[in-house]
Design a binder for this molecule. Structure first.
Ligand SMILES: CC(C)(COP(=O)(O)OP(=O)(O)OC[C@H]1O[C@@H](n2cnc3c(N)ncnc32)[C@H](O)[C@@H]1OP(=O)(O)O)[C@@H](O)C(=O)NCCC(=O)NCCSC(=O)CC(=O)O
Length: 452
């Protein structure tokens, strides 16, 4: 490992020769790529730790030049700028020179995207979260964010006439509503549907992020009407029946590009594209899953069962209804029914549970936090984009997947175009969630019914 690193990582050229020194031979980049790929997963954290710690920034040089910058403050501005530029250069990690050269060999950018995915995985799994690895992660993120900025991405609409390989990839990458078969994907790119991807010249043929849109008369409150019901494949779209664009699936395909915000860019770019095709179109909304709600509720019920009903999830009336309908103790029965999805087979139980589950889910989305932001990652994504938490929908996805994820509920994050920028800024700055009256009323009902 040391030998390959020493051989492929040249020392940082001196400040004076930084623009004149010849690049390392391409063979160094290819050798590094080949060696890294030959490592198995378990060997990679140690390799990356060594790369980032032994071939990073020369801290001694930084300290000396930082002192020079301090000293130069009393001198003329050109001396100050010169000292700052030397310091800036010295802050370049040595490995960044090699990473830059790797990006220029064929397949090099894809290699770096995959390398970043490994670093994210190691940091997430705590196998190796040394400060040097975090610094490597930051360096890779800033490089990739530059290379994958929206101006360098190409928007492509996927249709049935697109290359078969691309349609295959779209189906494989679909992370939200799995594609069942070729007929399914044919519908999802057929009449009253749109599918867009971003691609990048450095990764030809690779859809980086995929957005599926349904063109509707109004904003959908139910996913079955999108992924189960379609117009006939030969129907001609009637522009007068298109008043709303419903984003019902967005998936990033490159784990290494997490944090580069491709999804946000794609949604905004597709809005412009659709406005061009349908100038009167003015309703834009997601129809989003709520992964994690059912599990969150089950853990809450578990606490109730263990600690006794310290805060009331159910009103007295609901409590009695459920006990009367099921013949069992309310919280224990709810736990069992919700974890097996059995409750949907009883109409009386569905009716009795609706108000409680709706207000609990509204609280989960609006009130439950992670570092002050929405706990639910999908909510956090759309709120970061500046969307409004607009409508919670009962029985929106009654598939086993929808029931297990969120008791069958889905939520619309509405993109009011003139508000997205201030909403996003406010959310990121103050963590304040923009929500509709429906959501706020449900949250208020929850707060009144419980003391969570
Ligand atoms: C949602 C994404 C496309 C976002 O990817 P981006 O590259 O644009 O954004 P990003 O990596 O900078 O992450 C931005 C925020 O997305 C949120 N986020 C959502 N799902 C996530 C996931 N599965 N993994 C990691 N982050 C996820 C995080 O809170 C993150 O905030 P932070 O970085 O601060 O932690 C991707 O995360 C993804 O493919 N998720 C899996 C599929 C999915 O859940 N899609 C959304 C539901 S479909 C939907 O909602 C309908 C629709 O809109 O079409």
């Amino acid at each position: 490992m040391d030998e390959i690193l020493t051989r492929t990582l040249d020392s940082l050229p001196s400040y004076e020769t930084r623009e004149k020194s010849p690049p390392p031979p391409e063979s160094s980049s290819l050798e590094f790529i080949q060696f890294y790929r030959s490592l198995d997963k378990s060997q990679r954290p140690a390799f990356l730790a060594k790369l980032s710690s032994d071939f990073g920034v020369d801290h001694k040089c930084v300290a000396e030049l930082a002192a020079n910058v301090m000293d130069s403050q009393k001198r003329d501005i050109s001396t100050v700028l010169q000292a700052e530029d030397r310091l800036r250069y010295c802050l370049t990690p040595r490995y960044k020179v090699l990473l830059n050269h790797i990006s220029r060999v064929e397949g090099g950018v894809k290699f770096l995207v995959d390398l970043k995915a490994d670093v994210i995985e190691f940091l997430a799994s705590k196998t190796n979260d040394s400060p040097h690895i975090r610094d490597l992660n930051g360096t890779l993120k800033s490089m990739l964010s530059e290379w994958f900025s929206v101006g360098l991405l190409s928007l492509e609409r996927v249709t049935w006439k697109s290359p078969c390989e691309l349609l295959q990839k779209i189906s494989q990458y679909e992370a939200v509503h799995p594609v069942r078969n070729w007929t399914d994907i044919k519908h999802r790119v057929g009449p009253y549907r749109r599918c867009y991807v971003f691609t990048h010249g450095a990764m030809p043929g690779e859809p980086l992020v995929v957005l599926h849109v349904a063109l509707k008369e109004e904003i959908s409150d139910n996913i079955q009407t999108i992924v189960r019901e379609f117009s006939s494949l030969d129907s001609v779209e009637d522009i007068n029946r298109v008043n709303a664009a419903v984003f019902y699936s967005i998936s990033s395909t490159q784990p290494g590009l997490q944090g580069v915000e491709l999804g946000n860019y794609l949604i905004k770019r597709v809005v412009r594209e659709l406005q061009g095709e349908f100038p009167h179109l003015n309703q834009f909304s997601s129809l989003s899953p709520i992964p994690g709600f059912t599990n969150w509720l089950l853990s809450l019920l578990n606490e109730q069962r263990k600690e006794g009903p310290s805060n009331r999830i159910l009103s007295d009336m609901e409590f009695m209804d459920i006990e009367e309908i099921t013949g069992g103790r309310a919280y224990e029965t709810m736990q069992k029914l919700l974890s097996t999805n059995e409750w949907v087979s009883s109409e009386r139980l569905v009716k009795a549970l609706e108000p409680a589950l709706m207000r609990l889910c509204a609280w989960y989305l609006y009130g439950e936090k992670h570092r002050g932001y929405a706990l639910n990652p999908v909510a956090n994504f759309h709120l970061q984009n500046g969307a409004t938490m607009w409508r919670l929908n009962w029985q929106a996805d009654t598939s086993p997947r929808g029931l297990s994820a969120s008791c069958g509920m889905m939520v619309n994050y509405r993109y009011f175009l003139q508000d997205t920028s201030p909403n996003s800024g406010r959310y990121l700055r103050t963590k304040e969630i923009e929500a509709s009256d429906q959501i706020r009323n449900l949250v208020l009902q929850f707060q009144k019914a419980s003391k969570l």
